[in-house]
Design a protein around this ligand. Structure first.
Ligand code: F6R
Length: 621
């Protein structure tokens, strides 16, 4: 959701800005823009639409200068128009800024600025921040001493401006009269700095930095950075200078290359044998028949005394939490509650001591998940993150955590992060199972199953051609049902979500047996039902549910793990995936469902990697 880039150095800033904005496209946006500072002017170029439109604009009207910032906007206040696109100018064009986040008190601030004679060109909350900054710059008190610190006016003006804002922000600002510097500030909206040689970079996540530098600084909330080509200075909004650690960027340029694939989503689907392997790497201990984690940061006694898990997440991550609920309750026999983060943050559930919170999040920046984590921390519960993005806010704020190591996920629809989260869930189930009742032998069986999983995911990918044919057959349908039971119920939910988000086709996921309590009324010849029905304890029951759909004329697509099963006789179309233990079925079954959504979306002419209205990391409530 919204992206920020910035460059200070001896090259043309616009080159990095454009490339960086392209790499941030995956976050979701509807307009873009850049500003450069040079020779006493600041030059804004912005437009509604794709970064490609901005690129065309810059060809006819270049933005020159070695200092600049850029932005992709995902509309919150006002529609996607040229005027509402960022950057926004403040005062008589003495400052320009880009902003991620939401300023909740912008109306009151705007009224005051209007009274002071400021004029607004946009509907955005961000333009209010630009004018407020210009106002603070113009009205500095006399004791701000520029001769001791040349950037003192900027710092004081930014600090004064920030203290008036309520809400969240990741801000990057350029100044007409200090054309060699960019100032950034963050509260609740991520910002990172890339440390180069005679040049420095700014971005809202690490992907624009890949291939430019391996040194990254993660800004924390309330921090302000003053960035020139040779220096980075970080100060706390209220407490003065703070030390900043330089970390190693974990993204390589190759990670964000499309390679032989047409879309990131397909590339990421096909990366899953490797990402599953990476999620398992170094985490299986055959001697103890358990899983090992480096980052839980809890004492043996604390781990032993966990009596209940709360798993919280949004969207696809919530589905992997549901898979985790089945795994942990079955294998570790510890009660689990799965909560939408957006609900948990405002609910006040009575939670006993011994409750351990896991926040599942690909991006580590989802604002609802972050808020739920903070709420649980406030109440004294230990919190863990299961996260893909190293150094992300949730990973840093949790007491401990487990990284997915899936590499950057750029397709907006989550695929490899989902399966990696499910793998981590299975490792947690094994780990906590072995702390309690699970025998050594049972632990070893689980390890055997997990070790085979990457290859089985590879085999599931071999259904690609078959899935493509099925997609061709059903791509014109406007309603789908996805049905499964037990472990495969969350897989049904996830299959339906994938189809909805990238093909804009209505799809509902249900526990198969719930059909007859209402949704069966939807069944007709035009409504395919996708059944996930591998061999399991509930096989016969799901088969009965499937027959009920067939009896009403509904076409059935079945994901099975046995070519000769009774389901294949009844279903219209069958996808055969490898047979795996029941707790791993949702991982293997999800692979063809991801491909089905992909191909249906493609046939319907949808932009698979950048579906309408969606954003990759949802940093507004
Ligand atoms: C769907 C999808 C979203 C995210 C959700 C939470 O494909 O990706 O539903 O799962 O927005 O995001 P994270 O996992 O980054 O917290």
């Amino acid at each position: 959701m919204c992206g920020i880039v910035g460059y200070v150095g001896s090259n043309e800033a616009a080159d990095f800005l454009l490339e960086g904005l392209r790499r941030l496209e995956y976050r979701g946006y509807d307009s873009s823009g850049v500003v450069t500072a040079q020779d006493g002017t600041i030059d804004v170029k912005k437009t509604a639409g794709r970064v490609e439109s901005l690129s065309q604009l810059l060809k006819t009207s270049p933005a020159r200068g070695g200092v600049g910032i850029g932005h992709t906007r995902w509309a919150t206040h006002g529609p996607a128009t040229d005027e509402n696109a960022h950057p926004h100018l403040g005062g008589d064009q003495i400052v320009a800024l880009v902003h991620n986040g939401v300023i909740e008190n912008y109306r009151g601030l705007k009224e005051k600025l209007l009274e002071r004679g400021y004029e607004f060109c946009s509907d955005t909350d961000s333009e209010v921040v630009a004018h407020l900054l210009a106002y603070e710059l113009r009205n500095l008190s006399d004791d701000v001493n520029e001769s001791i610190d040349p950037y003192a006016p900027l710092i004081v003006a930014v600090q004064n401006m920030l203290t008036q804002l309520q809400g969240t922000y990741g801000l990057a600002m350029v100044f007409r009269d200090w054309p060699e510097v960019i100032v950034t500030a963050r509260l609740g909206s991520p910002l990172v700095l890339g440390v180069g040689d005679g040049e420095n970079f700014i971005a809202s996540d690490g992907s624009p930095l890949a291939g430019r530098t391996e040194k990254i600084v993660y800004l924390a909330d309330h921090e302000i950075a003053i960035v020139t080509a040779d220096t980075i200075r970080v100060i706390h909004r209220d407490q003065g200078d703070v030390r900043h650690d330089i970390k190693v960027l974990d993204i390589e340029a190759a990670d964000i290359d499309l390679g032989r694939f047409d879309h990131y989503m397909l590339k990421e689907i096909f990366e899953q044998p490797e990402t599953v392997r990476n999620a398992l790497r170094g985490r299986l201990d055959r001697d103890e028949a358990t899983a090992v984690f480096g980052g839980l940061n809890l004492s043996a006694q604390q781990l032993q005394s966990v009596q209940r898990f709360v798993l919280t997440a949004c969207g696809t991550s919530w589905h992997s939490a549901l898979v985790g609920e089945y795994m942990i309750e079955n294998l570790a026999r510890i009660p689990v509650e799965v909560e939408y983060a957006s609900e948990l943050r405002y609910r006040n559930p009575p939670l006993s001591t011994g409750t351990l919170l896991f926040a599942l999040t690909q991006s580590g920046e989802t604002i609802d998940t972050l808020a739920a984590l903070r709420e649980m921390k406030r109440k004294g519960h230990p919190t863990m993150s299961i996260c893909n993005v190293v150094g992300s806010t949730i990973a840093r704020e949790a007491d401990g955590g487990i990284y997915l190591h899936a590499g950057p996920e750029i397709g907006v629809a989550s695929t490899k992060a989902f399966t990696a989260q499910c793998v981590v869930m299975s490792l947690l189930a094994l780990y906590f199972g072995r702390l309690h009742h699970l025998s050594y032998e049972a632990g070893l069986h689980i390890i055997d199953d997990l070790e085979k999983l990457p290859e089985q995911v590879e085999t599931a990918l071999a259904t690609h051609d078959r899935v493509r044919q099925i997609a061709e057959k059903y791509a014109d349908r406007n309603n789908f049902l996805y049905l499964g039971r037990q472990y495969n119920f969350p897989a049904a939910l996830e299959g339906a979500l994938k189809l909805k988000e990238i093909s804009y086709v209505h799809a509902e996921g249900y526990p198969a047996a719930e059909m007859k309590h209402g949704p069966i009324a939807l069944v007709d010849e035009q409504t395919p039902s996708v059944f996930i029905v591998p061999q399991s304890a509930v096989y016969d029951k799901v088969l009965a549910n499937l027959e009920e759909i067939k009896a009403r004329g509904g076409p059935v697509i079945a994901v099975v793990d046995d070519e000769d099963s009774r389901v294949t006789e009844v279903a219209d179309d069958v996808i055969v995936v490898p047979a795996v233990s029941d707790f791993l079925q949702p991982i293997v079954a999800s692979v063809p469902l991801q491909m089905l959504a992909y191909h249906i979306a493609l046939i319907r002419g949808c932009d698979v990697d950048k579906p309408r209205n969606l954003a990759k990391s949802v940093t507004v409530e």
